[in-house]
Write a protein that binds this ligand. Structure first.
Ligand code: 5GP
Ligand code: ZN
Length: 112
């Protein structure tokens, strides 16, 4: 999608500090980090939100790579949080599916 910021990042049209990419997924640093480590994991293909996923392989790639990156960065000890805000009330502000991978501080529950 031509006016989507995350599509532009996925295509390399916007210089971005990315930590992993393959043919279907990209992982890069959030521009406004909410924790010492705050990464975004996106499908390179434009998918509006979690509610629009049409193929289970999208989840395998997104979640699989997210956990893989978390472990490679040693975030599994002491721990990390994965969040997918979905839709307006879900707190989604960018309409391209993304998984937040956060670590480096304690996260409370329930979330705000
Ligand atoms: P949401 O609120 O949709 O769950 O999360 C969107 C996230 O994208 C926010 O955490 C925001 O800081 C991040 N973000 C928005 N625009 C950009 C950008 O241009 N570059 C990067 N790296 N992150 C962005
Ligand atoms: Zn997009």
């Amino acid at each position: 999608m031509s006016d989507c910021i995350f599509c532009k990042i996925a295509k390399g049209e916007i210089p971005t500090d990315f930590v992993y990419q393959d043919e279907s997924v990209m992982v890069f640093k959030d521009i406004n980090p909410q924790a010492p480590t705050h990464l975004l994991v996106i499908p390179k293909r434009h998918i509006v939100s979690a509610a629009e996923v049409d193929d289970l392989s999208v989840w395998a790639n997104l979640m699989g790579r997210a956990v893989e990156v978390a472990k490679r960065l040693n975030l599994d000890t002491p721990g990390f949080r994965m969040v997918i805000n979905t839709g307006e009330q879900g707190g989604q502000t960018v309409s391209h599916l993304h998984l937040h991978l956060l670590s480096g501080r304690h996260f409370g529950w329930p979330p705000g």
